[in-house]
Design a protein around this ligand. Structure first.
Ligand SMILES: [Cu+2]
Length: 405
């Protein structure tokens, strides 16, 4: 009887373990993609389960690059700092995080600096998990004590049964009980924050064809007018910036650096003069996504060669897509595709007049095809760019879509 009870108890204990292992969400890696002039890098900050901790930061890139990043992690709570450096594809830097809460990761590549806000969060147990653990412990101690003492009094068996029953009851109820808020997490705000207002500018004010310039996006809160500094990382970046020349011959999809509160900047160089359209995809914390747009001019003379884009001939189904009805676009990549920004492929579609911009994600359709599905609301001619990563290379293929009425 006692042995049976002990076996049953151990069985219950082993069942209880996986339920506790679910509270690791806060330990997920943070991936932040940043476009430096020397190349695009995805910083990977590995999650931690307790503090103080050594925060491991590594750097990945689609293009092979010898970019070296100087890192500094600063606590916004007490100002404590830890420094290190990391090269793309090399071993991770270990930065010391003394406590949970808001931090800023300063990343320097050459003379460019990005200030990445991040929050060190560690999982905590909900009070009910402590109750469950405590009840299992009491039951275990009573059983072990009884076995060691050589006799199981009715009181011991009764107490152990009661404690085990309580623990099992809590364990069974666990999926319906609230999870604990991780330590260091931001307080949950009411969903939906005011719109972000974005203003694009360039430095210098009139960039020249072929010369490097900085495209700046200043974000303000639509309600307070103050700098907006609560961007959530979505699709591995705080902001996705698409820049196209008005006619569509030039296309850039980059991930600007945060240079200060509410200020995003990225260095660009374009081969054509004229008017450029810029679009930023952002997401405020606890809010939905938003698209901001603007325009700027580039001076200079047009080069003799009009376009240097790689083009694609996709398979479009139906062959003549209609406005308001879904169309499927299939592209054949040059080789096995690797995820880029967490997805097998990206398709960005712009209306000729620049008013409409769509960004959809593709699915791998077998080994040699990438499939996108999208619906365009208005008839007309659209410019499209499909992007995917193949071994060591980010490929952008352009084509046009005619959408009928
Ligand atoms: Cu992006």
């Amino acid at each position: 009887m006692i042995r049976l009870f002990a076996v049953a108890f151990l069985l219950l204990l082993s069942m209880a373990l996986p339920a506790r292992a679910h509270v690791v969400e806060a330990g997920a890696d943070l991936r932040v993609t940043q476009s430096f002039a020397a190349g695009e890098v995805t910083l990977v900050v590995a999650g931690v389960s307790r503090v103080p901790a050594s925060l491991r930061v590594s750097a990945q890139a689609v293009h092979p690059t010898s970019l070296r990043l100087e890192l500094e992690l600063r606590s916004l709570t007490d100002g404590s700092r830890s420094t290190g450096s990391v090269s793309v594809g090399q071993s991770a830097a270990a930065l010391r995080a003394g406590h949970v809460g808001p931090h800023e990761l300063r990343v320097r590549a050459g003379d460019e600096v990005s200030l990445i806000p991040l929050r060190v969060v560690v999982p905590t147990s909900a009070p009910w998990t402590m109750l469950m653990d405590g009840a299992f412990l009491v039951a275990g101690l009573l059983v072990v004590g009884g076995v060691l003492a050589g006799r199981m009094s009715r009181l011991v068996v009764g107490g152990a049964s009661a404690a085990a029953s309580l623990a099992v009851a809590v364990m069974l109820l666990a999926p319906y009980l609230p999870a604990a808020q991780p330590e260091g997490a931001a307080p949950v705000a009411d969903p939906g924050r005011p719109y972000a207002q974005g203003r694009f500018s360039t430095s210098p004010a009139l960039p020249a064809t072929g010369a490097e310039f900085t495209l700046i996006l200043r974000l303000t809160d639509g309600a307070t007018g103050r700098p907006l500094d609560d961007l959530a990382v979505h699709h591995e970046a705080p902001a996705h910036l698409v820049v196209t020349s008005e006619g569509g011959a030039v296309f850039r999809h980059v991930h600007p650096l945060r240079t200060g509160p509410g200020v995003l900047a990225v260095r660009l160089r374009v081969p054509h003069p004229g008017r450029y359209l810029a679009y930023a995809e952002i997401e405020r914390q606890d809010s939905g996504g938003q698209l901001l747009s603007g325009a700027f001019e580039v001076s200079g003379a047009a080069p003799p060669d009009a376009s240097s884009q790689e083009t694609a001939t996709p398979r479009v189904t139906p062959a003549a897509p209609a406005a308001g009805s879904p169309a499927t676009i299939e592209i054949s990549p040059e080789g096995p595709i690797k995820p880029w920004l967490g997805m097998p492929g990206h398709l960005i579609v712009r209306s000729g007049d620049g008013v409409h911009l769509a960004h959809v994600h593709g699915t791998a359709a077998g080994a040699s095809a990438l499939r996108f599905t999208l619906t365009l609301p208005e008839p007309g001619r659209y410019l499209a760019w499909a992007q995917y990563a193949v071994e060591g290379r980010l490929v952008t293929r352009s084509f046009t879509l005619e959408v009928r009425r």
